[in-house]
Structure formats: structure tokens, C-alpha cells
Design a protein around this ligand. Structure first.
Ligand code: HEM
Length: 505
């Protein structure tokens, strides 16, 4: 009798599963939305750990050439948006509906879940309002001293590495540099990765960069199936890294006189966070150590690899495109001759417009975050044919629009002239979004530009960057398969050859 009952239960379950699967499978078909057929378990997520998500996004874009494409996260429908006009509505015009990201780091991971990148409204609005004040032009100018000092270390390091017989690892050096800049700015402790090839901060960022199966699964689940995060106790940042960062954070806060000390002029991002804590306390708004630490952690871990990769790709592309390198060098040299003894800083460097053209062109081809993640908080009409229900994830396919020949002719070709003012004006709006768009865009964008401008100006004034024979072309560099971000996985090496000008000894 029990065996019969059990068989019936299994039978009904199988029938239910089959009916449910048929419904899932026909979801986008019934709505007339193009899509790849879903895998019976993974839906569209078969690419995870096999192909970088940005590369998958480009495949979707090129295969369908449609304003939007349906996908499934396991059995849950989601939408990839390929149209600049729909992107504008989601990211900017109707940002109130799409205020939150779909990704989430669960409750078991307080630091991962409480940072401004992962957190949802209403905490996000409160945090973002306060954190925006951390990145004002005046605050960034006060951080410029750190960037200037670290850039000098970068030039010295390049000199040392250039004299070694082995090929340099460009990405390693660039991420040593960005670790030092952001580590010192966000945590207020000396970070000497460039000088020593190691530091406590670099230990943290190295762990963050290291990928193994567990990290891969953690990230995949945080980005595409957050329900699993708590079940498997996955975390946004590696747990040991967080322990170390918490220790550093507490020590520095204590050294600065604790949370009660009055801070008039914030010297760095940590001071700015402590000031936020005081202001929040006065307004009876909760601002725990976890919340503060989460922000410092996301500045470091969200900023070092993105900026480091951007610097790596820029130098690599300049080596392969000497005509643009020479053009930029001339501008840098002329400015240096004009300012005489004054060193480069964030104010004078804004005079070299071509620096930004080069950085933007790099980020067009190699955007570290190729797609922008949002979730609809209520039913939303995409167009006359499609309304998505509340809870649907949408992915704005930035990387693909940035590589679409309709918006950027010969998109594979590195050509910073696209961003000269007269050309930039003609770029279709919302087809170039390496820092995202709307209220949830990258809060560190200006900081990143400041860091990259300083590094490029100092390095290019002193060195010509040259291709090493038999090394891969930029387009042949392998992209990381396991991570979520668009990052090189292969080693990238170039020669740094000293320039012959009056500023080089
Ligand atoms: C080249 C360097 C960088 C690139 C390309 C980049 C790109 C991005 C992108 C695409 C987003 C998502 C925007 C959206 O969804 O609309 C983002 C968010 C964010 N970025 Fe960056 N980023 C860079 C550097 C930095 C730096 C240096 C910091 C911190 C110092 C930083 C902190 C953040 C934070 C906190 C967010 C979340 C903002 C929010 O949700 O309110 N980023 N970044």
C-alpha cells in the first residue's frame, strides 16, 4: 500500500514537473521574445564557468540582433536588453522602478550584503546620498597626494622590472599600483605593494582575484541565483579577506581616536566614512561598523581590479598602436614643458583631453563590467508587445552595444579619436556606458579617471611602451572564464623603453 502511495506521489510530482517545465519553456515563446532554447535545469546559465558572461552577452546580441532577448536563470525568466532607448528608460527615466540590482549577497554575509553595490532600497538611497559626498571633486583633490606618490612608485617599479631578464607581468604591476592607491585612500594605512611586491592590502586583493571552484560558484550564485547564497553560505568577499580587513579597519579607527572623534577635514575615504557615522548618529540613523566596513571593502575590492585592468589594457593597446601613443606623448610632453617645475596633478591633467579619449576607448573595448544588472520592482511595460512582471531581472547589454559597428564603426579597432569632442558628440546616447548610467552608476568613476590619468601621464612621459615580438595581439589575449567581470586571464607583457627628453634622467 505504502509502495503504491509512494509511486503515486512520485508520478504526480513528475507530471507537475513536466507541466511546469513546459510552461517555463514556452514563457518567452508565448510572448514572441527571441531566445536560445533553455537547458532543462540550468535554463540559459550553461555558459557559467565556461565562458565569460560578457562574451556570452555578445553572442546573444550578435545571434539575435533584437532589442531584447529572453533568458532563464535556471527556470526563472530574465531579460537581456540590447536597445539604447530601452536602456535609457531602465537606467535613467524609470530608475525608480529599477532602483535595485538583481544580484544579492544574502543574509549570512553582512559585509557582502551591506555594501552600496549589493544593498537594496531604502538602505541604498540613504547610503548613496551620504557616500556621494565622499567622492566630490574637492575630496578627490585631497586624495590626489596619495595617487601622485604611488605613481612615482609605479615609475620606479617599472624601471626595476625593465632591467630584469624575465618578461614583466603588466596586470600584476598595475593591480599592485591600484591596490596601493585605493588601499591607502580607503583604509588609511600604508600600502607598499609596488615597492615590495607585497603588502597586507595586496594579500587582500590577491585573495579576491584568486579563482577556484568555490569562488566561481559563489559569484555565479550571487549574480544569477541569490537564493542559493544563504543555503551554501557563499560570500561576496572571501571570508578570510574580510577577517583581515576588519582587523585593519578596527586598528586604524582606534588609531584615529575612535568613532567619537571630531573630524573637520576628511583626509581620506576612511575619515569621510567616520564623518558619515557621526552625522548618521546625530540623525538617529543606524550606521554600524559592518556598514562602514562594507563600504571601505567595496571601494577597495570594486575599484582595484577594474582600474588595474583598465590601466593594463590601455598600456597594452598603446604599445600595439604607436601612432596614438605618440600623439598622447606629445600632449603630455607639451603640458610638462608648460607647467615647468610643477608636477602633474589632477587639476593640470584635465588639460590633456586626449588622455580621456584613450581611457574611454580602452573601456569601450574592455569594460570590466560588461552588463548592467537591475530588477523590476513592479510590472513594467518594455514596449507595446512586452510587459515584464515585478521581480524580473534585466541585464543591459553594454559591452555589446559598445562593440556594435552601427554605433562604433570598425569596433574591433582601437581608435581613441572616436572620443575627440567633435566625434563624441555624434555617439548614440546610451551605447557607451562603461561606468553604468543613472542614479546607480559607478560612484568611483571620477576617482578611477584621476588615478588612470596620473599613472598614464607619468609613465608615458618617461617611457615608450613597445610590443615584445611574438606576444599576442590585444584581441588574442584570453579572457577569464570563471569570473563575472571582463578581465584578461593570460599574461600581458610589454617593453618599457626610456624616453629621450629633459624630464628623464
Ligand atoms: C575603470 C574603473 C571602473 C569601472 C569601469 C567601473 C565600473 C562600474 C560599473 C559598470 C558599475 C555598475 C553601474 C551600474 O549598474 O549602472 C559600478 C558600480 C560601482 N563602482 Fe565602479 N568602476 C570602476 C572603478 C571604481 C572605483 C575606483 C570605485 C571605488 C573607489 C568603484 C566603486 C563602485 C561602487 C561602490 C559601485 C556601486 C554603486 C551603486 O550601486 O550605487 N568603482 N562600477
Amino acid at each position: 500500500m505504502i509502495a503504491v502511495l509512494l509511486s503515486l506521489v512520485v508520478l504526480f510530482f513528475c507530471i507537475w514537473l513536466l507541466i511546469r517545465w513546459r510552461k517555463v519553456k514556452s514563457y518567452w515563446l508565448e510572448r514572441g521574445v527571441p531566445h536560445y532554447p533553455p537547458h532543462p535545469i540550468l535554463g540559459s546559465l550553461t555558459f557559467l564557468q565556461r565562458e565569460n558572461p560578457s562574451i556570452w552577452m555578445r553572442r546573444v546580441y550578435n545571434d539575435f540582433k533584437a532589442p531584447y532577448v529572453g533568458m532563464w536563470q535556471f527556470w526563472r525568466p530574465a531579460l537581456v536588453v540590447n536597445s539604447p532607448e530601452i536602456a535609457r528608460r531602465i537606467l535613467v527615466k524609470d530608475a525608480d522602478v529599477f532602483r535595485n540590482r538583481f544580484l544579492s549577497s544574502g543574509k549570512s554575509d553582512p559585509i557582502g550584503a551591506l555594501n552600496v553595490f549589493t544593498v537594496n532600497d531604502p538602505l541604498w538611497s540613504k547610503l548613496r546620498r551620504r557616500l556621494t559626498l565622499v567622492f566630490t571633486a574637492a575630496k578627490l583633490r585631497s586624495l590626489n597626494g596619495i595617487t601622485i606618490a604611488k605613481t612615482k612608485d609605479l615609475v620606479t617599479r617599472l624601471e626595476i622590472e625593465s632591467n630584469k631578464p624575465e618578461l614583466i607581468d603588466l596586470r600584476k604591476i598595475c593591480t599592485d599600483f591600484t591596490t596601493d592607491v585605493i588601499g591607502e585612500s580607503a583604509f588609511g594605512i600604508t600600502s607598499n605593494s609596488l615597492a615590495d611586491g607585497d603588502s597586507i592590502m595586496r594579500r587582500v586583493t590577491r585573495e579576491f582575484q584568486a579563482f577556484n571552484l568555490h569562488r566561481g560558484l559563489s559569484w555565479s550564485s550571487i549574480f544569477f541565483f541569490p537564493e542559493l547564497v544563504d543555503i551554501f553560505r557563499f560570500s561576496f568577499f572571501p571570508k578570510d579577506t574580510m577577517k583581515l580587513l576588519r582587523k585593519i579597519f578596527r586598528t586604524v579607527v582606534e588609531q584615529r581616536g575612535g568613532y567619537d572623534k571630531d573630524i573637520k577635514d576628511a583626509r581620506d575615504l576612511l575619515d569621510a566614512l567616520l564623518k558619515i557615522k557621526k552625522e548618521a548618529d546625530m540623525e538617529n540613523e543606524e550606521m554600524t561598523e559592518d556598514i562602514l566596513l562594507a563600504q571601505a571593502a567595496v571601494f577597495l575590492l570594486g575599484g582595484f581590479d577594474t582600474s588595474g585592468a583598465a590601466l593594463t589594457w590601455t598600456m597594452y593597446e598603446l604599445a600595439w598602436n604607436p601612432q596614438y601613443q605618440e600623439r598622447l606623448y606629445e600632449d603630455i610632453l607639451n603640458l610638462k614643458r608648460k607647467i615647468g617645475n610643477r608636477g602633474f596633478d589632477s587639476t593640470v591633467l584635465t588639460e590633456i583631453g586626449y588622455l580621456d579619449c584613450v581611457i574611454k576607448e580602452t573601456l569601450r573595448i574592455y569594460p570590466p563590467m560588461g552588463w548592467l544588472d537591475r530588477i523590476a520592482t513592479k510590472d513594467y511595460k518594455i514596449d507595446d508587445k512586452l510587459t515584464i512582471p515585478a521581480g524580473t531581472a534585466v541585464y543591459v547589454n553594454g559591452v555589446s552595444m559598445q562593440m556594435d559597428p552601427e554605433y562604433f564603426p570598425n569596433p574591433e579597432v582601437f581608435n581613441p579619436d572616436r572620443f575627440l569632442p567633435e566625434n563624441e558628440r555624434t555617439i548614440t546616447p546610451y551605447t557607451f556606458m562603461p561606468f553604468g548610467e543613472g542614479p546607480r552608476n559607478c560612484i568611483g568613476m571620477r576617482f578611477a579617471f584621476q588615478t588612470l590619468r596620473q599613472a598614464l601621464a607619468e609613465v608615458l612621459l618617461k617611457y615608450e611602451i613597445k610590443v615584445i615580438p611574438d606576444t599576442p595581439k590585444p584581441s588574442e589575449i584570453e579572457i577569464e572564464k570563471n569570473g563575472m567581470f571582463y578581465m584578461p586571464s593570460g599574461k600581458m607583457s610589454v617593453h618599457f623603453v626610456k624616453r629621450d627628453n629633459e624630464f628623464v634622467s
